[in-house]
Ligand binder design. Structure first.
Ligand code: FAD
Length: 281
């Protein structure tokens, strides 16, 4: 297992030219802090294929931070996945975030030739050997569709053993859930780094909606305080920054091998936490 800590920032591909310019501006601000890598999400079923490729290559070549494309297998054929792997490999990309993905409701789960992320990890290894550093997703509070926690842990272990190099977690606000998850998978023979995914708190109603959907719990004491601020967005941001910075501090002190920030294409909220932690730049 690598002893080096890894710090990274995630973006989503913008829908408009103006949004894309904003993303590049954010990325340039964050590049100054010399993160280990950027990553860019991929719409399951290929809905952002062109935009993800364009963004990844531009961040990699122009902003000059190694950038990892996310790749999801539901809804994409093996031929489509192979084509993307070749394109990225030829462009000098060396890291990939391999996911199952979530198809928009109504499209079902069965489309595509690979059903789960462990199959995608195996496919990437078959096609490209050791070329890519493969990141996988981890869920300290359980993936919302898992049968139960134990089944989800078993699925994670299978996915890691299919050839993953490291993992990034879904965001969470409960530090114990992270350490418990790591302890459990270590006992099952998984020794890859599991980097906590960090979601800065900037807007309570959006966060509450998002957290419901992805199964992340906002602890009652945090939720109650955020609710009490109502429309006072400055107070929500300040409180959120304090809560998340303290959480990151505890994670790093407890041995977490880095942090992966869900930037939502904004520099300020992630940088505020970064600066509170006095991480190097
Ligand atoms: P899997 O590991 O395949 O797990 C999915 C579910 O199936 C789990 O409940 C698991 O327990 C269960 N399972 C796994 N294997 C089996 C099996 N063999 N038999 C039965 N059950 C099984 N989504 C996107 O669409 N695009 C993105 O760019 C994206 N980026 C993400 C980045 C990170 C860091 C994280 C944490 C999530 C991201 N997601 C993204 C969301 C992710 O695609 C969803 O959470 C999706 O529902 C699960 O993907 P997975 O790779 O974790 O799936």
């Amino acid at each position: 297992m690598s002893q080096e800590r890894s710090f990274s920032f995630e973006f989503f591909p913008a829908k408009t030219e103006a949004g894309h310019e904003k993303l590049l501006d954010t990325a340039r601000q964050l590049a100054v802090y010399k993160p280990d890598f950027f990553s860019c999400t991929y719409g399951a079923g290929g809905s952002t294929r062109g935009r993800t490729v364009h963004t990844v290559l531009q961040l990699n070549e122009e902003v000059k931070v190694a950038t990892a494309p996310h790749l999801s297998c539901v809804g994409d054929s093996k031929a489509e996945l192979r084509e993307l792997l070749t394109l990225y490999k030829d462009a000098g990309i060396e890291r990939i975030v391999a996911l199952r993905g979530d198809l928009p409701s109504g499209m079902g789960l069965a489309s595509g030739e690979l059903r789960y992320a462990n199959e995608l990890v195996g496919f990437i290894r078959e096609e490209t050997g050791d070329h890519f550093h493969i990141e996988i997703a981890a869920y300290p509070e359980m993936h919302p569709q898992a049968r139960n926690f134990e089944a989800d842990i078993a699925n994670f272990v299978r996915k890691a053993k299919a050839g993953a190099s490291s993992a990034i977690t879904q965001y969470f606000f409960n530090v114990d859930s992270y350490f418990y998850f790591v302890e459990r998978v270590r006992k099952l023979g998984v020794d890859i780094p599991v980097v906590p995914g960090i979601m800065p708190i900037t807007n309570y109603s959006k966060l509450a909606r998002f957290s419901d959907a992805c199964g992340a719990e906002i602890p009652r004491w945090v939720r109650k305080q955020l609710e009490a601020y109502g429309d006072d967005s400055d107070s929500i941001r300040a409180y959120g920054e304090q809560v998340v910075s303290e959480m990151c501090e505890r994670l790093l002190q407890g041995g977490a091998p880095g942090l992966h920030f869900y930037t939502m294409n904004l520099a300020g909220p992630s940088l505020a936490i970064w600066n509170n932690l006095k991480l190097s730049g």
